[in-house]
Design a protein around this ligand. Structure first.
Ligand code: ZN
Length: 157
């Protein structure tokens, strides 16, 4: 069995601690293995729960911003925010070179995120944002329950 296959198996049914897993340790070390990306893990888990969604789609046609998972009928937009690029309060550390530039740049990203949230909310969307450091199984459960609740509401149940 290749290492990749065993990693996928491991993540198909996550057990134990996410942080202590070899896959995550590898991605923390900077090896960008697609299969261990938190966003991909979340997508797999949500897909396995039977929900269907669009990937990297624009929730609003006239807004040039994409969400990671888009549930159009129930109007749920899910974002998995990278700890660096979106300024995670726990993990963002500006690079030693040009820290001012980076703080400003990341600050603009955060503002843009809040603006995206506000515009989506105005159009009746539910925005779910997760940090890439969050446990994918917990995020998937939150997505699942939010989408089901909105579905029930749409059906008038
Ligand atoms: Zn973080």
């Amino acid at each position: 069995m290749s290492e990749e296959t065993s990693t996928q198996k491991e993540w198909a049914a996550p057990e134990g601690s996410w942080a202590s897993s070899p896959g995550n340790r590898r991605s923390m070390l900077g090896n960008r293995n697609r299969d261990t990306k938190p966003e991909l893990l979340l997508r797999r888990l949500v897909h396995a729960s039977g929900l269907r969604y669009r990937v990297a789609a624009k929730p609003l046609a006239d807004m040039r911003r994409t969400a990671d998972l888009v549930f159009r009928p129930t109007r749920v937009a899910v974002f998995v925010d990278g700890c660096f690029w979106h300024g995670c309060p726990e993990h963002f550390v500006p690079p030693k070179t040009n820290p001012g530039y980076w703080r400003e740049k990341i600050g603009r990203n955060v503002q843009r995120d809040r603006d995206t949230d506000a515009r989506l909310a105005e159009e009746g969307w539910l925005v779910l944002r997760f940090w890439e450091h969050q446990e994918p199984a917990e995020c998937a459960e939150e997505v699942r329950s939010a989408v089901s609740a909105r579905k029930r509401k749409l059906l008038g149940l």
